[in-house]
Design a protein around this ligand. Structure first.
Ligand SMILES: Cc1cc2nc3c(=O)[nH]c(=O)nc-3n(C[C@H](O)[C@H](O)[C@H](O)COP(=O)(O)O)c2cc1C
Length: 371
């Protein structure tokens, strides 16, 4: 699974793996792909430095990357407390009601309330980058739009390629104009924030929209056959996120959640604003249903919704409240039916890729091979 881009980056397989877990990112790089560590949960830059130290020790000199969530629109002079103050009391009351209905206890005095999605703030992402550029990262990816011009220039000074996710050909063209090196065409099937266009339609559209730039196919890829399909559509690699969640190296907060993922079918996800305020594909749960309920107040825009639900999500995770417990994950969850090591995922991807190539070769027959 070698392409021009994989050769340029010095990786054996054109497989790019987004993950919030350093152990998974390092294992992806060791297996011959490009592990890309999600930084959004690191509001403390020292903690990110510790994780990158660990990556350095555990990637055996193989390339790896970092993913930040830097908003295209700059928000200045606004603190987390300012944003908290904008949350209506009715919404807070609704959260209390949903949790009470399921008997979810309060956090204990020593519990740290979880992830508060502050990584979306430009200053937080900039602090992360100040740390990251001291490490030999090879790739910097941005989730929400093109990073600012000075960040792209700084990455290039450090010989770091810049990737950005795109959910439409229009986004992709914007990235190209902004000087991005790699576009990740991420379809509607994907886990996390997604647009409305399926990968099968999006990937070739983006490939032609940004002619000359390498494109990675993302969304709904969990097998080698699907990697082959992405490459056949003109992508130079595949970008996978969901499939790593049920690897043995992943550090999901709860056994109940892992079992839910293993049991879920491809129809058990929903694109919901419940977690962040922007549409993000995740397991459908009674929590996501509560935010669709016409009797409820509905979701708030990003970043209010993320702050509103941060404590609730921590409580649901801590007490493993099964009906409410979820995670971002894509439709590929239906094929995530057993726990495997990252290396075993790579072995399966390679075998599936070979099967797909054989099939196509048999269909194409000698006349096409000669052409
Ligand atoms: C649990 C989870 C968290 C994610 N968080 C981010 C993120 O912080 N930044 C980002 O660029 N993409 C994020 N994504 C999206 C992935 O980068 C990737 O595009 C997506 O998972 C690909 O589709 P797939 O889920 O079908 O493999 C996330 C995906 C998942 C499953």
């Amino acid at each position: 699974m070698e392409t021009e881009l994989s050769k340029r980056l010095g990786i054996e397989h054109a497989i790019f793996g987004f993950t919030p877990f350093p152990a998974v990112a390092a294992a992806i790089s060791r297996a011959g792909g490009m592990g890309v560590l999600g930084a959004v949960r690191y509001s403390d830059a020292d903690e990110l430095a510790r994780s990158l130290d660990w990556m350095e020790e555990n990637t055996g000199g193989r390339p790896y990357g970092l993913d930040v969530v830097m908003p295209a629109k700059k928000v200045e002079g606004v603190s987390e407390a300012d944003i908290e103050a904008m949350i209506p009391e009715g919404h807070r009351e609704y959260v209390r009601q949903v949790l009470a209905k399921h008997g979810v206890p309060e956090l204990g005095p020593d519990d740290v309330s979880g992830w508060r999605i502050t990584g979306w703030m430009e200053q937080v992402a900039r602090n992360q980058l100040d740390v990251a550029f001291d490490y030999p990262i090879r790739l910097l990816a941005n989730a929400l739009g093109s990073p600012p011009a000075d960040v792209i220039a700084r990455a290039h000074e450090h010989d770091v390629l810049v990737a950005a996710l795109a959910g439409s050909a229009r986004h992709a063209r914007h990235h190209k104009d902004a000087g991005i090196d790699i576009v990740v065409a991420q379809g509607y099937e994907a886990g996390g924030h997604t647009g409305e266009i399926a990968s099968m339609v999006l990937v070739p559209e983006v490939v032609s929209a940004v002619e000359g730039l390498p494109v990675l196919a993302a969304g709904g890829i969990g097998t080698g056959e699907q990697v082959a399909a992405g490459l056949a559509l003109g992508a130079q690699g595949a970008w996978l996120g969901s499939v790593w969640l049920t690897t043995t190296e992943a550090e999901l907060p709860s056994r109940v959640l892992i079992d839910k993922l293993l049991a879920a079918g491809s129809g058990d996800t929903v694109r919901s604003r419940a977690l962040t305020g922007k549409p993000a594909r995740q397991l459908r749960t009674e929590w996501t249903d509560a935010w669709e309920d016409p009797a409820g107040p509905g979701t708030l825009p990003m970043p209010l919704q993320g702050l509103l639900v941060a404590d609730a999500v921590s409580r649901i995770q801590k007490y493993e409240t099964e009906p409410l417990l979820g995670t971002p994950v894509g439709q590929i969850v239906g094929q995530m039916t057993s726990e495997r090591s990252v290396q075993a995922v790579f072995d399966d991807l390679t075998r599936g890729f070979e099967r797909a190539v054989d099939r196509i070769n048999r269909i194409a027959g000698p006349s096409l091979s000669r052409a």
